[in-house]
Structures are given as structure tokens and as C-alpha cells.
Design a protein around this ligand. Structure first.
Ligand code: UDP
Length: 455
């Protein structure tokens, strides 16, 4: 048996449960130990067992600021770990627990597993590149390699040893005060008894970062991604969603022509202000392009009814079905629909991988931290997207910028080139997950590694 310990947020639950499905398909039984806050839905995963950890975490600690997230994580770790320590021995008595796979933000799980005498592996749900940045950040700061860029030239300077990341891509980590982030990154980067690190990534996407990371750690690093492809269609699409999926939008998509629809989503975590929401609505209304826009409840700060802020022309487009607005959609399925021709995304790592796998070019409106770096990879390294200049939600966009980006991606020659490169990238990923490819080889290595704990 393998015990999984996912962090209770959508972008963490998805890869962990997908990994669980892969491991289950390869003969392991799976128990998901989870907090009471945002619990996974057992009925979506009838083949798993679930172990609730009564925790009473303080959700009032969570607002939309990164610092509140750090405090929440600390509370979650403090409250869940004693529960794990208390509940696991019984499970151990009844089953042969091969290992615990914990989310890296459950940074106290390593010590807990060690105390229980159970081997552990850590799942890092971000890109390998962001993980590398986390390990290097303290040195970069103390060596003066990170500057506060004031000119465009400063902003575009490449950060030493982190090509192609620029000074502007790392600014979000250090400005205004990096203290709490640094503390979290150091807790997450340190490994003492954990036996290995797992990433949901593919070697061909992040070769240089992976090489550096592999040089930094004494334990093996496994990259059997993208999990949602290796986990098979059912578990990838019908996961444990925290919001109800609207599947009618798939019927709306069926009526659209190939590659015509722009899919717009800012994911499960970030929120935007009303000004940006209205700017987005105007851009979608004016760009003369069918769109499918996910507006998650609570994703516009301070607003309970977003309809009150929608421009009339936008309401009309939705009413005559030129566009479609939903609160949550089956994203993996949607991205694979032939009508979807572009993805305006906040650049969460799951979304990036899901888009890459379907060869969908992107418009990057990165929200925070790792998303800014993922946007850089999309637009510079892989050349499969357009970067919105504001680049992070901390920086406001200029008027008309979204509309310009949409036209570029969906209508220009440059956009066509991006679509071609996105198709090439998808082919590379298909090779990686095929027999003998890097991801399937790494999966076999991971399975052998875990099996070795029990033999
Ligand atoms: N997602 C979804 N439906 C939506 C929006 C998002 O199923 O309407 C899923 C998406 O497929 C992805 C996850 O939610 O697996 C979001 O994770 P991501 O890493 O993109 O980042 P975050 O939500 O933390 O910004």
C-alpha cells in the first residue's frame, strides 16, 4: 500500500490523485490521507481508500495574499501531522505500507514518516524549473545576483545559471519582502530522509533545470509526467473537483469550428480585481472570436455577482451563444476538443501541461511565482504563446493589451507559427510517454524503486 498526502488545493489534489491512479494501475493499493478542509471526493475514486485527518485548520488565515498562504500552510502542517502520526500505525498493522508520498508543501511530513519508520517520497507539483529557483534563491540574493530592475534592460537581464529566466521573472519572489517565501522554500527544498523526488513534468520540457536539480540532490528524481496522460482518461477528467463541472459547455463547443474558440481561465486559486475582469470582458467582446470563459465563484475580488459588472455587449454575446461563460469546466476534456484554438491562462503548471498535451497555443497572464516562470517558458523557450506584458497580476495591464494578444494568437501569422510549434511540442510529449520514451522509462524506474522498499 502507498499512502498519499495531497495538499488540499485543486492544483495539488489533481496531480497527486492522478499519480495515485497510475500507481494503482500498476498494482499498488492507495490510501489518501487528507485534511478535512477541501477533502477529495471518494466517489470519484472508488478504487482508493481515504483516511481523513481531523484538523480544524484556520481557513480565515487565507485571503488572496501570498503571506496568508504561508501562514495557512504552517497551520495545516502543525495540525495534520500529529493526526498522521496517530492514525498511521493502525494502518501499518493491517497493511504493508510501502511508502508515503507527500506534497512538498506538507514540509513536516518527511519527519513524521521518518518517525513512523516509513520510507517517504516527495511530490513537487510545480515545474522542475521553479523548484530549482527555490533551491537557488538564497544564494542568488546573498551574492547580489538579483537586482531590483528599474529599466527595461535590467528587467530583461538573464539571471545567472537560470537561463532563460530574467530578472523580471524572479521579481515577484523577492519584492517587497522575500522573508516568508524564503523560509517556505528552504523548508521545501531541504531533504534529509526522503528517498526520492517526483515531478509531474517531462524531460524534454525542462532538460537544463532537471540536469541542475539532479546534480543538487543525492536522491533520485523521477519525471513520469504528464500524469493526466499516464493516468488514463477517466481519472484525468473526472477527478476530485472542488467546484461542480459544467459539461454543457462541451455541447456548445461541438457547434464551433475547429481551432476557433479561445478558452479563458485563471485556474483555481488566484483572483483578479474588477478592473481586470471588465477589461477581460471588453477584450473578449471586441475581438470577434468565439470564447469559452470560466469565471470561478470568488475569482473577482469583492464581487458576489459578476453579471452586475459585465458590459452589455458581453451579455448579448453570451445570450446569442457567440460566447459561453461557466463557473467551472472539465478542463482536460475541453482542451482536447478540436474547436479549442487558444488558451488564455494564469499559467498554473497543471494547466500548462494540459495545454501542451493537446497542442494548444497560449496567452499567458501569469498570476504569481511559478506561473511567471512557466509563462517565460511558454513564450520564450517553447515559443508556443504570447506573453501579456503585465506578466503578473501584481502589475496592471495596459488598456487594449488583452485584445491585442488575442488577435495575435488567433489571427496573425505569428500565431500560426505558435500553433505549429505547439503541435511539435505535443508530438515530443507523445514520444516521451510512448514505450521507451523518457516518461514511461522513468515510471518503470519509480515503480521498481517503490517496490524495493517492501522486498
Ligand atoms: N481546472 C478545471 N476546470 C476549470 C479550471 C481549472 O478542471 O474550470 C483544473 C485544471 O485542469 C488544473 C487545475 O484545475 O488541473 C488548476 O491547476 P493549475 O496548476 O493550473 O493552477 P492553479 O489553479 O493553482 O492556478
Amino acid at each position: 500500500m502507498i499512502v498519499l498526502l495531497p495538499l488540499p488545493f485543486q492544483s495539488h489534489i489533481n496531480p497527486m490523485l492522478r499519480l495515485g491512479s497510475i500507481l494503482h494501475a500498476n498494482g499498488f493499493s492507495i490510501t489518501v490521507a487528507h485534511s478535512e478542509f477541501n477533502p477529495p471526493n471518494p466517489s470519484s475514486h472508488p478504487h482508493f481508500s481515504f483516511l481523513p485527518l481531523p484538523d480544524a485548520v484556520d481557513v480565515t488565515l487565507l485571503d488572496h495574499s501570498p503571506n496568508s498562504f504561508f501562514r495557512f500552510l504552517s497551520d495545516l502542517n502543525t495540525k495534520c501531522m500529529p493526526q498522521l502520526l496517530h492514525r498511521l500505525p493502525q494502518l501499518q498493522n493491517e497493511n504493508n505500507v510501502a511508502c508515503i508520498i507527500y506534497d512538498s508543501m506538507f514540509y513536516d511530513a518527511e519527519a513524521t514518516a521518518n518517525q513512523l519508520g516509513i520510507p517517504s517520497l516527495v511530490l513537487r507539483i510545480c515545474s522542475a524549473t521553479f523548484s530549482l529557483v527555490q533551491t537557488k534563491l538564497p544564494d542568488l540574493i546573498s551574492n547580489g545576483h538579483l537586482i531590483i530592475p528599474t529599466t527595461q534592460e535590467d528587467q530583461d537581464q538573464i539571471v545567472p545559471q537560470l537561463h532563460p529566466l530574467r530578472q523580471s521573472d524572479l521579481q515577484i519572489l523577492t519584492n517587497p519582502d522575500p522573508k516568508e517565501a524564503l523560509q517556505l522554500y528552504s523548508q521545501m527544498s531541504k531533504i534529509t530522509t526522503t528517498r526520492g523526488i517526483i515531478f509531474d513534468t517531462i524531460d524534454c520540457l525542462e532538460q537544463l533545470s532537471l540536469e541542475q536539480l539532479r546534480g543538487n540532490y543525492d536522491v533520485p528524481i523521477f519525471t513520469p509526467g504528464p500524469f493526466h496522460k499516464l493516468a488514463g482518461p477517466v481519472s484525468a477528467a473526472a477527478g476530485s473537483m472542488l467546484w461542480k463541472e459544467n459539461t454543457d459547455c462541451l455541447k456548445w463547443l461541438d457547434k464551433q469550428s475547429p481551432n476557433s474558440v479561445l478558452y479563458v481561465s485563471i485556474g483555481s486559486a488566484i483572483a483578479i480585481d474588477v478592473k481586470e475582469f471588465v477589461e477581460m470582458a471588453n477584450a473578449l467582446a471586441d475581438c470577434d472570436q468565439p470564447f469559452l470563459w470560466v469565471v470561478r465563484p470568488g475569482s473577482v475580488i469583492g464581487i458576489s455577482d459578476v453579471n452586475e459588472h459585465l458590459p452589455e455587449k458581453m451579455k448579448k454575446l453570451v445570450a446569442d451563444e457567440t460566447g459561453c461563460m461557466v463557473e467551472w469546466c472539465p478542463q482536460v476534456e475541453l482542451l482536447s476538443h478540436m474547436a479549442v484554438g487558444g488558451f488564455l491562462t494564469q499559467c498554473g503548471w497543471n494547466s500548462i501541461l494540459e495545454g501542451i498535451c493537446e497542442g494548444v497555443p497560449m496567452i499567458c497572464r501569469a498570476g504569481w511565482e511559478d506561473q511567471v516562470m512557466a509563462a517565460r517558458y511558454v513564450c520564450h523557450e517553447w515559443g508556443t504563446g504570447v506573453e501579456l506584458k503585465g506578466n503578473s497580476l501584481l502589475l496592471p495591464l495596459k488598456r487594449g493589451e488583452i485584445e491585442k494578444a488575442i488577435r495575435k494568437l488567433m489571427k496573425s501569422e505569428e500565431g500560426k507559427e505558435m500553433r505549429k510549434r505547439a503541435a511539435d511540442l505535443r508530438s515530443k510529449v507523445e514520444i516521451a510517454i510512448g514505450e521507451g520514451g523518457s516518461s514511461s522509462t522513468d515510471l518503470h524506474a519509480l515503480l521498481d524503486f517503490i517496490s524495493s522498499f517492501t522486498s
